[in-house]
Design a binder for this molecule. Structure first.
Ligand SMILES: C[S@@+](CC[C@H](N)C(=O)[O-])C[C@H]1O[C@@H](n2cnc3c(N)ncnc32)[C@H](O)[C@@H]1O
Length: 253
């Protein structure tokens, strides 16, 4: 097996607000030879990249792929054979619905040195900036993070929405806007009341953050009426009611 001269760092860029980026991530960007970044990485964080570094946009948004996953992995392998510090910069946390685990496996299999630098995931940060704590002693002792985007090839195991409805007091859905009518219907079939509160937080922690509050029975129509779009996090459960009181303390972005 060929060994790399460099190392790939899988770095989480956090949810958008550059103030939430880690010191370790910033230091790596300042010393990077190559940075391969995703679509949801904020411009202020890209501004931290070493001006001499090569920058490659591997960004993908729903239906718009800049680079195929296998191309991205091959690119990282090639760059690590020629450069000391290769940063793979991903939105949020690389290991939370970010394919970081798969990329790391492929790099390890190719004999490339690799390390992960966690980031703050949008599923925690976006609700927080909307005044929604995911747990609260009076309302919720459990949280589930789940993807709302089940790929057509069933690459991921199918989500058991009924079990999630029964098993968790707070549910945080990533990539759920597109499938929202199906998700809210499945959760109600699984036993959640139609009046269960839900919040959608779009572009959480970014200057353009937007929130939409409703219930499981109303939210799909509200999304259609307001043309609310991804990227957004959905939070479901009684903690959402705290938004009314706590949103006034939201951080300035
Ligand atoms: C492919 S997943 C990547 C998640 C990322 N690894 C993380 O930890 O946040 C992309 C989804 O994350 C969510 N997302 C990412 N950034 C967001 C933000 N600033 N506000 C709200 N949702 C966001 C959306 O649900 C989006 O469709």
């Amino acid at each position: 097996m060929q060994h790399s001269i460099g190392k790939v760092y899988l770095v989480g860029a956090g949810p958008g607000d550059p103030g939430l980026f880690t010191l370790k991530g910033k230091t790596l960007l300042e010393h990077a030879d190559v940075v391969v970044y995703d679509a949801l990485v904020s411009p202020q964080i890209l501004a931290m990249v070493n001006p001499q570094a090569e920058r490659i946009n591997a960004g993908k948004r729903r239906g718009r792929h800049s680079l195929q996953q296998t191309d991205t992995t091959q690119l990282l392998i090639d760059k690590a054979h020629h450069h000391a510090v290769v940063v793979r910069l991903k939105g949020g946390d690389p290991f939370v619905f970010g394919r970081g685990g798969e990329e790391m496996q492929d790099l390890v299999n190719a004999g490339i040195a690799v390390e992960v630098v966690p980031g703050i995931t949008s599923g925690i940060a976006a609700p927080a900036y909307a005044g929604i704590p995911l747990t609260h002693r009076a309302y919720s002792s459990s949280v589930t993070f789940v993807t709302g985007h089940e790929s057509a090839g069933k690459y991921r195991p199918e989500v058991n929405w009924g079990a999630i409805a029964q098993g968790s007091e707070t549910i945080v859905v990533y990539m759920g806007v597109h499938n929202l009518p199906y998700i809210v219907q499945q959760l109600q079939q699984g036993g959640l009341a139609a009046e269960t509160p839900i919040a959608l937080v779009r572009w959480g922690t970014c200057p353009q953050q937007q929130e939409l509050l409703g219930t499981l029975s109303t939210i799909a129509q509200q999304v259609a009426d307001t043309e609310f779009e991804a990227p957004a996090i959905a939070v479901i459960g009684n903690v959402v009611n705290l938004h009314r009181i706590l949103a006034q303390c939201r951080p300035a972005i």
